[in-house]
Each structure stands twice: as structure tokens, then as C-alpha cells.
Design a protein around this ligand. Structure first.
Ligand code: PLP
Ligand code: TYF
Length: 398
């Protein structure tokens, strides 16, 4: 049977990592896949994660199955982290959180839930968005459409066009928004714009779905939840898909969450039962280790504070590299104004490099960037920034 199977195309981002690994050039630079790297180019295990792991190794009571939606403590810790400890949503128990394998798992559970309960709903995605978004919804049989987001000429948010597009969305459809640190553009709405987006969705009767994969990488752990909190009003509904891959450095542990905020506790119980149904026929129940690490850190005052510092260190390093790259490009006489790189937030910068320029950087300079021109700023180090700026300048000059 297998002779009839044709080869699938490689993942555009993960495939780039393979090409990078195979490159013998000792000066090669990987700015592709969105993984944090420190100043020495390593993706570290956080100190808080090491400490939590050693505590778990001593105290863990059982490896029996978790409940279908994971542990209650995890759900509560996740809700407090994004809504605030004393928030009405947390206290009223009108939200259900399912611990999922990563943010991707959260998106897939949400997609299956939507398909099973809202057959006619379309999910609206920003143009551009994370390449896996359309794929995840398509795999679940959920149709997607796009709304305007990026203004290429201004290298900013196409806010008026975005609002105009959102105003055309039929009631009952779902609008996916990046909670902070938009992937791939690095461009987020301002607090005032978030309010207007929330107002617009409210007036259209559309369901907000917040993809929250970079909490802490923008302005701060609390600050980055402000966009999502614009949708939190008594009785109002929203869905949040969280990922802890980046902010806890737990990539391969696959730790994320799907949170359904409903109108009241009764609705939460019914929605929760449908979420369980979606999970049962998929992976049955979640992998526990990563979530136990997250709960241990978030519920211990000292570890929680230490984690704040570790996230700040990652954020500050990335922003430092943004500044340095802008300075180095100016130093090398790169044509154009590159100050926008410093305005962008999160792991990525939408550099404006064309697919041809990206290809030349790979072929002639061993610098690996995603075809869209998206740069993983966390791949820049004080050691490689000069060669990077020099190479980009060469390519921009043609
Ligand atoms: N959503 C966005 C916007 C992402 O960039 C990513 C990728 O890291 C994810 C979701 C999925 O993250 P995870 O690795 O936790 O599945
Ligand atoms: O956008 C990125 O680079 C990250 C990492 O299938 C990633 O989100 C990329 C591709 C993929 C899973 C994660």
C-alpha cells in the first residue's frame, strides 16, 4: 500500500533547521526556528525548571494517568497567570482550562471542539500569521479566512483596514488574535487599539480566540496579558490557547493549555464536557511532567519571583540585540531606515527582506532566515551581529 504514498513537503521552518545543521560553514547563523538562544547560542534549561525538576524527582507521588483535562491546580495556575490572581473569571469558575500538549495541542483541541459544536463557524486569521495556524484548523475540518493586519509600507499595524475587515465578520465566527509578540511580524496593537478590537468583536457577536505563546517576551509577564484582558468583561466569552514552550523554555515537554471562558459556571461545566470529548478521542489525557514543573514554579513564591527574572533576562537580551542590529546596520551603511526593528516585540522581526535576498543570505553567507523575511532575533549574539549586519548590508545593496 505504501508505494502509493507521495512525499509531503517539509515544514518550511523546521526544514530550515535541517539545512542549517548540514552546513559545514563554521560562521553559519541560524535565525530560522523560533527558539530562544542565549548570548552563547545555547537554548538553556531555566534555573527555576532545574530546581522544580529536582523537587519533583524527590516528591512525585505517582505516574498514574492525569484527568482528561489535566490537574485542577494546573488549570487554576494558568488562569491566574493570564487573568490575574483575584480576577472575577478565576473566582466565579466560569472558565475551564484543559492542559494540552503545547500551544499547538491547545489549538487543535479548540479546532476539534469548534468543529464538533459549531459546525458552521469560520476562524479568521491575521494576514500574515504563524504558518501552522491554517494547517491546524484545516486538519480539524474548520474553514479559515483572513483579515488585514500588516502594513508593509509603514512596517506597522494596518489598524483601520483590520477594523474594517473585522466589521464584516458574521456573528458566530471566531477571530484568532495573537495575545502579544505577533508571529511573524513582531507588531502588536496598542492598549487603546486592543480596546477597539474588543469593542468591534463584541458588537459583531464574534468569538475572540487568543493565541498566547509569548507571555513575558513583549513588555512583561503581567503587561503582556493586557490585550487579552480587554476581552474580559463579566459574562463575556473568549478562548485562550496558551503555550509555555518559550517562557518556561519547555519546548520538548509539550506544555500548553486551552481555556474556555464561558458566561457562567453552568455553561463552563457543559463546555468542559465537550472539551473532554474532543480530547478523549485525540490523546486521551495530557503528558504530565512539563505541567508539574510549571505548577511548581507558579505556586512557589520564591520560584515564581526567580522565573520573573529569568523571563526578563530573555526579553532584555532580545531587545538588546534589536538595538545592536539597528546600530550595526547603520554603521555598515545599510540602505534604508531600520529603526522599526527596535519597535517590534517578541522573538521575531519581520525584516522586509525579499525571498531572493533571503536565498542569497543562505547561499552566499550561510545565514538562515525564513522565506517570509522573518528573523528570529534570539539567534543574534554579540559575536555574530557584525557579520550579520555586514551580510544584510551587502544583500540590500544588491
Ligand atoms: N502559536 C504561536 C503563535 C507560535 O509561534 C507557536 C510556536 O511556537 C505556537 C502557537 C505553538 O507552540 P508550542 O510549541 O507550544 O506548540
Ligand atoms: O514559528 C516558529 O518558528 C515557532 C517554532 O511546526 C515552530 O513557532 C515552528 C514550526 C513548527 C513548530 C514550532
Amino acid at each position: 500500500m505504501f508505494e502509493s504514498v507521495s512525499a509531503a513537503p517539509p515544514d518550511a521552518i523546521l526544514g530550515l533547521t535541517d539545512a542549517y545543521k548540514a552546513d559545514p560553514n563554521p560562521d553559519k547563523i541560524n535565525l530560522g526556528v523560533g527558539v530562544y538562544q542565549d548570548a552563547s547560542g545555547k537554548t538553556p534549561v531555566l534555573g527555576t525548571v532545574r530546581e522544580a525538576a529536582s523537587r519533583l524527582a524527590k516528591d512525585l507521588a505517582s505516574k498514574s494517568y492525569l484527568p482528561i483535562t489535566g490537574s485542577a491546580e494546573y488549570g487554576e495556575a494558568v488562569q491566574k497567570l493570564m487573568f490575574g490572581v483575584e480576577d472575577e473569571i478565576v473566582r466565579s469558575r466560569r472558565a475551564v482550562t484543559a492542559h494540552t500538549p503545547g500551544g499547538t495541542g491547545a489549538l487543535r483541541v479548540t479546532a476539534d471542539f469548534l468543529k464538533q459544536n459549531f459546525e458552521d463557524a469560520t476562524v479568521w486569521l491575521s494576514q500574515p500569521t504563524w504558518a501552522n495556524h491554517p494547517a491546524v484548523f484545516a486538519a480539524a475540518g474548520v474553514p479559515t479566512k483572513i483579515y488585514s493586519y500588516f502594513d508593509k509600507a509603514a512596517n506597522g499595524l494596518a489598524f483601520d483596514k483590520m477594523i474594517a475587515d473585522l466589521k464584516k465578520i458574521p456573528s458566530g465566527d471566531v477571530v484568532l488574535l495573537h495575545g502579544c509578540c505577533h508571529n511573524p511580524t513582531g507588531i502588536d496593537p496598542t492598549p487603546e487599539q486592543w480596546k477597539q478590537i474588543a469593542e468591534t468583536l463584541r458588537s459583531m457577536g464574534a468569538m475572540p480566540l487568543i493565541d498566547f505563546a509569548y507571555q513575558g517576551f513583549g513588555e512583561g509577564i503581567q503587561e503582556d496579558a493586557a490585550g487579552l484582558q480587554a476581552f474580559c468583561r463579566p459574562g463575556e466569552e473568549l478562548i485562550v490557547c496558551s503555550s509555555f514552550s518559550k517562557n518556561f523554555g519547555l519546548y520538548r515537554e509539550r506544555v500548553g493549555a486551552a481555556t474556555f471562558v464561558t458566561a457562567d459556571q453552568d455553561s463552563a461545566l457543559r463546555v468542559g464536557s465537550q472539551v473532554k470529548r474532543a480530547i478523549r478521542s485525540n490523546y486521551s489525557n495530557p503528558p504530565s511532567h512539563g505541567a508539574e514543573l510549571v505548577v511548581t514554579i507558579l505556586t512557589d513564591h520564591k520560584l515564581r519571583q526567580q522565573w520573573d527574572g529569568e523571563v526578563a533576562e530573555m526579553r532584555d537580551r532580545i531587545n538588546g540585540m534589536r538595538k545592536l542590529l539597528v546600530e550595526k546596520l547603520a554603521e555598515h551603511g545599510a540602505p534604508g531606515d531600520h529603526s522599526f526593528i527596535q519597535q517590534q516585540r517578541g522573538m521575531f522581526s519581520f525584516s522586509g527582506l525579499t525571498p531572493e535576498q533571503v536565498e542569497r543570505l543562505k547561499h552566499d553567507y550561510a545565514i538562515y532566515i525564513v522565506g517570509s523575511g522573518r528573523i528570529n532575533v534570539a539567534g543574534i549574539t554579540p559575536q555574530n551581529v557584525d557579520r550579520l549586519a555586514h551580510s544584510i548590508t551587502d544583500v540590500l545593496k544588491g
